[in-house]
Ligand binder design. Structure first.
Ligand code: SAM
Length: 245
């Protein structure tokens, strides 16, 4: 490879968060986390196709989304059974029919992509490989984003992935976040905007402890609240919202 092409590849690797999975065990683990179903799979950031090949092995239709023209072209050759779409995952038009989502996401856009996914309606489960700390916090309700969607989704951390499982090796370990759309949401979807404003106000509100914050935000004096917003379960967020509307 010429040095010009090599430096263009190096730049893409950095700018597009190209840390490719090289551990087959991790690849199998990720695909094994999908619930058994015939639903088509959308893979976000397919890269060299380590996950794509394993996903195709399930026999389900696979759409592989990849922004880098080099790897999108290579995927068309190496994974001809997949539908390869070269585009930005943040602008990709997700299928209208039911599907599931899998992705080893580029670390730089994990929050933006997770936010976008949560606002979409067509998928039923997502298996996402993120930075370990992000996967851990999202699954424990410790982030505002998780709390804002908890009545409609279940978030579960499915373990850590060592940095040595990627090439090049990233600075931090990865973590697997599995998100399920709740078949029976804890609040009706029409409440989503109002509920999310409420959670935002509680997370950023003034006061010593959750009870005081809730009183400042809503005027309601409630007993028995845990000390911090992150201590609330999805059910308690929904109950708190209902009790203070
Ligand atoms: C962490 S790598 C994962 C690659 C492959 N799935 C694997 O596990 O080895 C992330 C991939 O997402 C691609 N990517 C980065 N930004 C993207 C974007 N905005 N839209 C689509 N793909 C993107 C990168 O080019 C890279 O191939």
């Amino acid at each position: 490879m010429s040095s010009r092409r090599k430096s263009a590849r190096d730049r893409a690797r950095r700018e597009l968060g190209q840390n490719f999975l090289v551990d087959r065990g991790v690849v199998r683990r990720l695909v094994g986390l999908l619930d058994p179903s015939p639903l088509p799979i959308v893979e976000l950031g397919a890269g060299r196709g380590a996950l794509t090949r394993e996903l195709l092995g399930t026999g389900r239709p696979v759409t592989a989304v990849e922004l880098d023209p080099h790897w999108a072209g290579a995927l068309r050759e190496t994974c001809p059974q997949a539908r390869v779409v070269r585009c930005d995952m943040l602008a990709f038009r997700f299928p209208a029919e039911p599907h599931v989502v899998v992705g080893n996401l580029p670390f730089g856009i994990t929050t933006a992509m997770t936010r976008r996914l949560l606002a979409l309606r067509g998928w039923s489960e997502a298996v996402l490989l993120l930075q370990w700390e992000v996967a851990r916090k999202r699954s424990t309700g410790g982030t505002m984003l998780t709390a804002q969607w908890a009545p409609w989704y279940e978030f579960r951390c499915c373990g850590r992935v060592r940095a040595s499982s990627f090439r090049p090796v990233p600075a931090v370990d990865g973590g697997v976040l599995k998100v399920h759309r709740r078949p029976r949401p804890l609040l009706p979807l029409v409440e989503v905007k109002r509920y999310q404003r409420f959670v935002g106000a509680v997370f950023t509100g003034r006061g010593r402890g959750l009870a005081e914050v809730v009183r400042n935000v809503t005027g309601h004096r409630l007993r028995g609240l845990p000390p911090l917003p992150r201590d609330l379960t999805a059910e308690s967020w929904a109950d708190l919202y209902t009790a203070t509307r």
